[in-house]
Design a protein around this ligand. Structure first.
Ligand code: SF4
Length: 268
């Protein structure tokens, strides 16, 4: 029986593809983005974290709670969970999204999950950083209806500096995917002064203009809450006190991508 490590399942998700969806988060990510909003996802294996909370009445005392993040599950367990909301997928045009971490860190498990969903006629989406082998992508393309593909930084040295890896594999995989007939929704995390610079966004727009099958560009404004999560899961805090982009700057960023002629969404 095929098993894998999952760290969360979110039901009734509306931002991970069309309609109402169940999003399954697979553990493990080869990147180390300094703004990571899911730092608990990075290690492949389950891990124990310590949560420290202040006693609400005796404000000087603190309590410690141990949380285990991630557990081994079978394909059947996940599919049974997913099937509970089938009615919602059918009524809304939704389905299942496999996210992470990087779901392609567990390629066999991911492929089995996707295959089972397609056997059950459930719409499938894969949310990926793009950092995986071409073979892993090849193995899941037939069972994936939609790719949610993150694009972060076009300059290779800058990409390495802020994510820990080169972007060469990512750009190669995106080009390869765009030759398949599958829809690709590009997601751009807008990190102040790192990914949201005029130069970087222009380079991304230029790169996308040469690709096929791009259906949408989703702009993801900076989420200040990730700084708190980073403190919990990282030994050092890497980003602090950055502010979400203003409506005015988001409008300007949106204009950079309008010449592509695809739907552009700003997600709050
Ligand atoms: S790709 Fe996503 S999950 Fe992986 S480190 Fe970057 S932000 Fe975190």
């Amino acid at each position: 029986m095929q098993t894998g490590i999952v760290f969360d399942i979110i039901k009734y998700a509306v931002h991970d593809g069309a309609g109402i969806r169940t999003t399954v988060f697979l553990k493990g990510c080869p990147l180390d983005c300094i703004w990571c909003h899911n730092p608990e996802s990075k290690k492949l294996e389950p891990e124990t974290t310590t949560r420290i909370t202040r006693n609400k009445i005796l404000k000087l005392s603190y309590s410690e709670t141990k949380d285990v993040v991630g557990r081994e599950v079978t394909v059947d367990e996940i599919i049974n969970e997913v099937l509970k909301d089938r009615m919602f997928y059918e009524q809304s045009g939704g389905g299942v999204t496999f996210s992470g971490g990087e779901p392609l860190m567990q390629p066999k498990f991911l492929k089995s999950l996707l295959m089972r969903c397609k056997e059950l006629d459930i719409h499938t989406a894969v949310d990926t950083s793009g950092y995986s082998s071409k073979e892993a992508f090849e193995s899941i393309i037939p069972y994936t209806d939609l790719f949610l593909f993150d694009l972060k930084i076009m300059d290779e040295a800058e990409h390495k500096k802020y994510t820990g890896v080169s972007n060469k594999i990512i750009l190669r995989n995106l080009t390869y995917l765009s030759e398949s007939a599958k829809k690709i929704r590009i997601r751009i995390p807008l990190i102040p002064d790192i990914t949201d610079t005029k130069s970087n966004l222009r380079q991304i727009a230029k790169f996308l203009s040469e690709l096929k099958n791009i259906s949408n560009v989703d702009l993801l404004p900076y989420n200040e809450l990730s700084e708190g999560k980073n403190k919990k899961f990282s030994s050092k805090v890497k980003l602090e006190n950055l502010k979400m982009q203003s409506d005015e700057s988001l409008d300007k960023i949106k204009k950079t991508f309008e010449p592509l002629g695809v739907e552009i969404t700003i997600r709050g």
